[in-house]
Design a protein around this ligand. Structure first.
Ligand SMILES: *Cc1c(COP(=O)(O)O)cnc(C)c1O
Length: 424
């Protein structure tokens, strides 16, 4: 028995499903998860010593790959002075100043410990600010596992085949309207019918959680218009796209100014961080400036903030988004050519260094079209890639990520492996 299998057996005795987050268990693709021992640059090694080119990157945070020197150095400096104080520190001011500079719609920002905490805090704030209760989200978008948001919530939930989750009160879920992504007429209809009840519309500006699905045409500017005219707040959930698709996130790429933005993943440089921010008049409703309560024992934790600050500073200095785009384009071209050669129908959706290979002959622009995929075919592809040392997300409905540590050689090796996996 491999060491991974032994560990998974032990884990299942003491951890529900053997994992601390569902997708890690490989339920969608079958088989058993590999346990990771270490990572370096674009590579990870499992506990049995097998090497992989990593396209998960901890599900998005690792834009520089594993163990970038700036982050290691920043963390070791903090270890010298103390890991938590529960009191304000200078680095928190520095990271807030940097975030507000890089994302101009974010005039004030509050740090939390995860993306989930960021989105549920932003929703509470939107409700508290507007005095309204209804929220609108899109089918297949994932905004963390908060109760109001765990309704038609994409990848993790879709993979497990749960339309939503037991434990979410029906009376709360009723306050969440779910609409199809990229469908302006459904959106306009909902806002005409109930616009005055809606506290906020929350969306991933580029969806990553039904696989990668970019917005079509002027969809995001329609979101901006309908929310503005009904007095609802527009929340961009940039937990995945923030500092990933551009220095200023998807809102910079598409030129849209949301009222609130949620962040996570890259902003923590691989440590647990989330953040939410936006218009100062709204953010000033948060305690202790205002009456909407939100707090955190470890919020603004020195280790997490140091890692985040080191990441954002390196992004600002290097602006690697051109290089990430060209690596992404190279991989996309190679995968499409390999599929054509193998006679397999795929669609590659990509936004810079975020991408998904969908096994379908139809364009994927919302969750219904994503569900046309041949998931069996994807699962076979996934396992053959894994055997060849290419570590892709273990679900058809997740985005994969390229880091600045990936090289052209890594990309070409991946294309070769995909050629074999597509033929099989
Ligand atoms: C990952 C993700 C979240 C949740 O973040 P956690 O840190 O896992 O709680 C929320 N929204 C989006 C868009 C995400 O990709």
């Amino acid at each position: 028995m491999s060491k991974s299998e032994q560990l998974f057996n032990r884990a299942q005795q003491v951890i529900p499903g053997g994992v601390n987050s569902p997708v890690r268990a490989f339920r969608a693709v079958g088989g058993k998860p590999v346990f990771i021992e270490r990572g370096d640059g674009s590579r990870v090694w499992d506990v049995d010593g097998k090497e992989y080119i990593d396209y998960i990157g901890s599900w998005g945070p690792l834009i520089f790959g594993h163990r970038p020197p700036e982050i290691i150095q920043a963390l070791s400096q903090v270890l010298e002075i103390g890991t938590s104080f529960g009191a304000p520190t200078e680095r928190e001011v520095e990271i807030a100043e940097l975030i507000t500079k890089l994302i101009p719609s974010v005039e004030k920002v509050r740090l939390v410990n995860s993306g989930t905490e960021a989105t549920l805090s932003a929703i509470r704030l939107a409700r508290g600010f507007t005095g309204r209760e209804r929220i609108v989200k899109f089918d297949g978008c994932y905004h963390g596992h908060g109760d109001s948001l765990l309704v038609k919530a994409g990848s993790g939930v879709a993979t497990l085949g749960l339309p939503d989750s037991p434990g979410v009160p029906a009376s709360l879920a009723e306050l969440t309207t779910v609409l199809p992504f990229n469908d302006p007429s459904a959106l306009i209809q909902e806002f005409e019918a109930r616009g005055r009840e809606i506290a906020c519309l929350i969306t991933e500006p580029i969806v990553g959680n039904m696989g990668c699905v970019p917005p079509r045409g002027d969809f995001l500017s329609i979101l901006r218009d309908v929310t503005k005219s009904s007095g609802a707040l527009l929340i961009f959930d940039e937990v995945m796209t923030g500092f990933r698709v551009a220095l200023g996130g998807a809102q910079e790429k598409y030129g849209i100014r949301p009222d609130l933005t949620t962040m996570g993943k890259v902003i923590g440089g691989g440590l647990p961080v989330g953040a939410y921010g936006g218009r100062a008049d709204i953010m000033d409703r948060i305690a202790p400036a205002g009456p909407v309560y939100q707090a955190g024992t470890l919020s603004g934790n020195p280790l997490a903030v140091a890692a985040g600050l080191a990441s954002l500073r390196r992004l600002q200095k290097e602006n690697p988004f051109g290089r990430l785009e060209s690596l992404g384009a190279r991989l996309e071209r190679g995968l499409i050519a390999a599929a054509a050669k193998a006679g397999v129908q795929i669609r590659v959706n990509r936004a810079g260094s975020m991408f998904t290979v969908f096994f379908t002959d139809r364009d994927v622009f919302d969750f219904d079209s994503a569900k046309t995929c041949d998931t069996q075919r994807f699962n076979r592809f996934f396992h053959i890639m894994l055997d060849q040392g290419i570590y892709m997300p273990p679900s058809q409905f997740e985005a994969a990520f390229i880091s600045t540590a990936h090289t052209e050689t890594d990309i070409d090796r991946t294309i070769d492996a995909a050629g074999k996996a597509l033929k099989a």
